[in-house]
Design a protein around this ligand. Sequence first.
Ligand code: SIN
Length: 598
Amino acid sequence: MGYLSTDKVKHHFHDVVIIGSGGAGMRCALQLADAGHRVAIITKVLPTRSHTVAAQGGINASLGNVLSDHWQWHMYDTIKGSDYLGDQDAIEYMCRAAPLLVRELEHQGVPFSRLEDGTVYQRPFGGQSREFGEGGQASRTCAAADRTGHAILHTLYQQNLRAGTHFYQEFFALDLITDENGCQGVMAWDIAKGEYHLFQAKAVVLATGGAGRVFKMTTNAHICTGDGGALAVRAGLPVEDMEFFQFHPTGIADVGPLITEAVRGEGGYLLNGDNERFMLRYAPTAGDLASRDVVSRAIALEIREGRGCGPNKDHVLLKLDHLGTELILAKLPNIHELALRFAGVDCTKEPIPVQPTMHYTMGGIPTNRFGEVVSKGADGVEASYPGLYAIGEAACVSVHGANRLGGNSLLEIVVFGRACGNQVLKRLRHHRYHPPLAPDCWQAGMERVEGWLRTAGKQDGLKIAEVRLRMQTIMQDHFSVYRTEAVMAEGVERIEALAAELEHAALSDGSRIFNTELVEALELDHLMALARVTAAGALARTESRGAHARDDYPERDDADWLRHTLAGIRDNKVELDYKPVRMQPMTVPSFPPRKRVY
Ligand code: SIN
């Protein structure tokens, strides 16, 4: 590995640099390291703390271990779940590849739960059907109890250690190094040592996860700050469909941690304040296993109409004690513990108080199904951006469209982690040498840190934590489960004003060694950029589709809005553009938009 040092910046050469050590980054790295390339993963955390570790319920694949299944039924469900905003070529690719990738995980060592006959355990999840919606509920979600993400992440980490992937942990990516030939590397900050590092690479992969911390109430870890999307925006690229944030129906009331959809898959159900199984009114066929946007809206409506539970009638109850202690402890042990710790409830005896909680970022960095970042050139034609790739929740490929089905995110990370790895391998065949970089290429990244450090101790500066909380509160209040013109327009105004105020924020700690306040400031830069584009994109979309539900435009509008939003920031102003949905699958007929009922 080449390693040059100046007194200011340590300079590394790798074939590929992947930013992010979740399942997508790890799967991509494995593909490349196993092929003999020099692969670096840069991660701001210890690798096994990446947010994939928190995924509970499982990973979808039409294995048919419990009930007969077919990848085309999975494809149909995913397109319907996306409210027809998903790109059908990418969805076909994902659903076809799913069985192969799950078997591969099994062989790599993921300790899946098992059926009596030794095959991988599969449970029903929301929005799943057989025979294109005609054959009843499917059972498609492969699970390792309710710790599936944990099992997958640890296995992929171990495989990467075997393959020789180089981990730079507790490194924060500051800036993409780009020139007229594309992306050449990344500038990073070593959080522990307070040093700058320049990583030169023939390909850079953004695998940084979602941006859930834009909102106040979220199942996402504190690390989910949309770093990759914001780095792309800094580099002048747009992000796609950011107005679509998924609210998971069952976050623990008031605090947010996730209670997996697997609880309802195993037979749990929701009750309102009248002790009614209200989901049967909203989704007569699928009931509690309707897709997440449908269930979250139903809960929000029950609460809004005064049928919530508790003294403030602000949540509903998730009942599972009838499943029996043995099943709960065997298949949902993590839920049992989370409910005890965060709600003080023993779920083998009592229901868990839950409410919709921001869970997943459907939008992200626009890519094709090979993981290449795509953008429109000056001629208006979309093309891939040389040397830059994005995968996983950071990307918008777009397989989830306006609403993701549970169990499809663990699938997406391995399918597109591998697809992207294969595409990078092709690039590496023709890009054998690192081109020279502009001599000052690291300065913009360095100035981000130095600029924040110069604010340290400023007497009248706003606190980072205070600005972050105000941003999260604005997003929660103005861009939640139900949206209207007036509420969102005020939200856009408030978020723009707050973004301007961020200029006056200051650190209280000016040290360079493990300065967590500095890291939070850098993350806040990222969150704020994504909050701005989310707000603008949501206000502009005058229809209801998937997770974007408007009281004032209650219907989906395919004539005007069957298109993806592209939102970027130029000269400190948000700019919106649009592009068509890819309705043509790779090999099978298209699924045209239909009324979406469950
Ligand atoms: C869950 O287990 O409900 C979350 C899994 C997912 O979001 O796919």
